[in-house]
Ligand binder design. Structure first.
Ligand code: 5GP
Length: 237
């Protein structure tokens, strides 16, 4: 699925009126070398439900050729969600069978439902040189980190738990009881943020997107991404 995928999530917060006008982030070029594509980045966005991961991803990936991994979930579709675009909605039995056959890169339970990242398409995209973005809760992100040292883990932080509550309530997709469960989980997740490589505070959408672009750009520039063969092919040209 390309980065042009739309989601129903909308920003529930606005930029301060004295901030710079919204900018369209410039795509980060994959490589300035022409001899061969480098492996793509495996970028994992994690953080509490309602923190705005989907909104950030949509704006960040605007016009970039990035593979967005669509998750499987046993959660019922919300009004306006599109099967096959927002999630692959499955029964608990289908989910369990896929998990048993090793079909998920990671999977976790979240507030009574299961969520998982299908493994198949991800490695192919990375090998093509395409960056891959996952949007997962914290336990899933930790599983990816345990299996893949290359994963770039970014924790999206709300300005405060009070603000997160405001956003969850404003989204009006959950019952008050489920909002409380999500907030209790958010509290635990925030306290785990130091396990991740980067923290981006989503207090202002444009600034947070700039931070994500900075992470992506810096990760692309890492010397360790060059194999001996890459370097040899440069001196051979
Ligand atoms: P929601 O029900 O609000 O769509 O998602 C609940 C939480 O599950 C969010 O934090 C969301 O990022 C996370 N999530 C979505 N897809 C996956 C997935 O494939 N794996 C894991 N571990 N979490 C996911």
């Amino acid at each position: 699925m390309s980065a042009t995928l739309q989601t129903t999530e909308r920003p529930t917060h606005s930029s301060p009126s004295n901030s710079a006008p919204p900018t369209t982030p410039q795509p980060v070029p994959a490589s300035r070398l022409t001899h061969q594509p480098q492996r793509g980045l495996l970028i994992v966005m994690t953080g509490a439900s309602g923190v705005g991961k989907g909104t950030l991803r949509e704006k960040w990936l605007n016009d970039q050729d990035v593979f967005y991994s669509m998750s499987w979930t046993t959660r019922p579709a919300r009004s306006g969600e599109r099967p096959g675009l927002d999630y692959h909605f499955v029964t608990p039995e289908q989910f369990e069978a896929h998990a048993q056959s090793g079909g998920f890169l990671e999977h976790a339970e979240f507030v009574g439902n299961r969520y998982g990242t299908p493994k198949g398409p991800i490695d192919a995209a990375l090998s093509r040189g395409q960056d891959v973005i996952l949007e997962v809760e914290v336990l899933g992100a930790m599983q990816v980190a345990a299996h893949s040292s290359e994963a770039v883990l970014i924790f999206i932080m709300p300005p405060s738990l009070t603000e997160l509550r405001r956003r969850l309530e404003g989204r009006a997709t959950e019952t008050p009881e489920r909002i409380e469960k999500r907030l209790a989980r958010a509290r635990e997740e925030i306290l785990e943020a130091h396990h991740f490589r980067y923290v981006v505070v989503n207090d202002d959408l444009d600034r947070a997107v700039d931070d994500l672009c900075a992470v992506q750009r810096a990760e692309r520039l890492k010397a360790q991404r060059y194999s001996a063969a890459d370097l040899q092919s440069i001196v051979d040209q």
